[in-house]
Ligand binder design. Structure first.
Ligand code: PLP
Length: 346
C-alpha cells in the first residue's frame, strides 16, 4: 500500500539532484566562517529576502528564537497572535530562553489586525512590562495557510515603526505567500527587522532555515546561535541541498496550492466535513469533522495509507507538498470519503 503523507510539508525527502549536490559540496568549518557553500547560501538567502545578511540555522524555531533574544530584554513582552507557531509550537522557548512573555492577540485565521496590535502596546508604564517586539506569521500555519494582504502587512510594519517595536517575520512558508500573491518575496519582508524562513518544508531541503536581517544583527545572531548549540561545522553538505531548494523550490509551489485547492473543494463537498474558509489558499487545508472522533478517524485513514494530523477540537490538517501528486490527492479524497461512509454507517 502506498503511503500518502499529508501531515506536513516537512516530510519531503531530498531528491537525486540534491543528494548529488550534497555528496560533492565544497565544505569547511562554518564556526570559523570557512564553509564556502554555507556562505553562498547565506548570500542568496539575504538577496531573496531583500535583507543585508543571513545566518544558516538548523531549524525555524532556532531562527525565531535567536531573533527574539536579539530584539528583547528579560521581562519584556512580545505581541503575537494566539495561534502563532512561536507561542504554541516552540516548547516555551520565549520564556525559557529569552525570559519574555507573549501577549496572545485575537486574529482572523492568524492574521493580525493593526488596531488590535495598537491597543496592546505598552510603552512607558512604570508597573507594566514593556512591549518590545511584534511577530507576524506569513503564511499562517494554524490559520490554514492564510496569507496577509499587502496593505495589512504594510500597516503592521508602519505601526511597529511608530511604536518603536522590533518586527519579526516568521516566514517559515514565506515563499508560499509570495507565490500565492504572485509577487517577489522581498515585497513581503519590506520594513521587517528580521525574517526567518524554512528550506526544509515545501522547498524540499532535508534540513535548515535562515535568519535574515541587518549585517550588524547577523553578527550577534551568530553568537547566539553558537550559545544555543547551533554552531555547525562542515555543514555545507546541508547548504548544498538548501541552495537547490532556494533556486528551484519556489517555482513549483503553485502546484501544491492547486492540489490543496482541489483537496479543499472535494472535502468541502462531503457530508460531515467542514473546511476552514481562507481567502487565499496555499498548501494547508484545515477542516473539522462534524461528528466522528478525530483521533479514531485519523487512525482509520492511516490504516488505508493516508496520513493527516489531528488537531484539537475534532480538527484536521492536510498539507500538500512536492512528494504528493494530484493523483495521490485524488486517492486521499477517495479514502476520506470511504472512511466517512463507514463512520456514519456506525
Ligand atoms: C515549521 C514552522 C516553523 C519552524 O519549525 P522547525 O520545525 O523548528 O523548523 C516556524 N514557524 C512556522 C509558522 C512553521 O510552520
Amino acid at each position: 500500500m502506498k503511503r500518502i503523507d499529508l501531515r506536513s510539508d516537512t516530510v519531503t525527502r531530498p531528491d537525486d539532484a540534491m543528494r548529488r549536490a550534497m555528496a560533492s559540496a565544497e565544505v569547511g568549518d562554518d564556526v570559523y566562517g570557512e564553509d564556502p557553500t554555507v556562505a553562498e547560501l547565506e548570500v542568496r538567502a539575504a538577496e531573496a529576502m531583500g535583507m543585508e545578511a543571513a545566518v544558516f540555522v538548523p531549524s525555524g524555531t532556532m531562527g525565531n528564537q535567536i531573533a527574539m533574544q536579539l530584539h528583547t530584554r528579560r521581562g519584556d513582552e512580545i505581541l503575537c497572535d494566539s495561534l502563532s507557531h512561536i507561542a504554541n509550537y516552540e516548547m516555551g522557548a520565549l520564556a525559557a530562553l529569552s525570559g519574555v512573555q507573549p501577549r496572545l492577540l485575537e486574529s482572523k485565521n492568524g492574521l493580525l489586525q493593526p488596531t488590535v496590535v495598537r491597543d496592546a502596546v505598552v510603552s512607558d508604564v512604570p508597573y507594566q512590562s514593556r512591549t518590545t517586539a511584534l511577530v507576524v506569521e506569513n503564511t499562517h500555519n494554524l490559520g490554514g495557510g492564510s496569507v496577509y494582504p499587502l496593505a495589512q502587512l504594510a500597516e503592521l510594519v508602519e505601526l511597529a515603526e511608530e511604536c518603536s517595536l522590533k518586527i519579526h517575520l516568521d516566514g517559515a512558508r514565506i515563499f508560499n505567500a509570495a507565490v500565492a500573491l504572485d509577487c517577489p518575496v522581498a515585497v513581503l519582508t519590506r520594513g521587517f527587522d528580521s525574517v526567518s524562513f524554512c528550506l526544509s518544508k515545501g522547498l524540499g531541503a532535508p534540513v535548515g532555515s535562515l535568519l535574515c536581517g541587518s549585517a550588524e544583527m547577523m553578527v550577534e545572531a551568530r553568537r547566539v546561535r553558537k550559545m544555543l548549540g547551533g554552531g555547525m561545522r562542515q555543514v555545507g553538505i546541508l547548504a548544498a541541498a538548501g541552495l537547490l531548494a532556494l533556486r528551484d523550490g519556489p517555482s513549483r509551489l503553485a502546484e501544491d496550492h492547486r492540489n490543496a485547492a482541489f483537496l479543499a473543494e472535494e472535502l468541502g463537498a462531503m457530508e460531515g466535513i467542514v473546511v476552514d474558509e481562507v481567502e487565499i489558499r496555499t498548501n494547508i487545508v484545515l477542516c473539522r469533522l462534524q461528528a466522528a472522533d478525530a483521533g479514531r478517524f485519523a487512525g482509520a485513514l492511516a490504516e488505508r495509507g493516508v496520513l493527516a494530523i489531528p488537531l484539537l477540537g475534532g480538527r484536521f490538517r492536510f498539507v500538500t507538498h512536492r512528494d504528493v501528486s494530484r493523483s495521490d490527492v485524488q486517492t486521499a479524497v477517495d479514502v476520506v470519503r470511504e472512511v466517512l461512509r463507514e463512520v456514519s454507517a456506525g
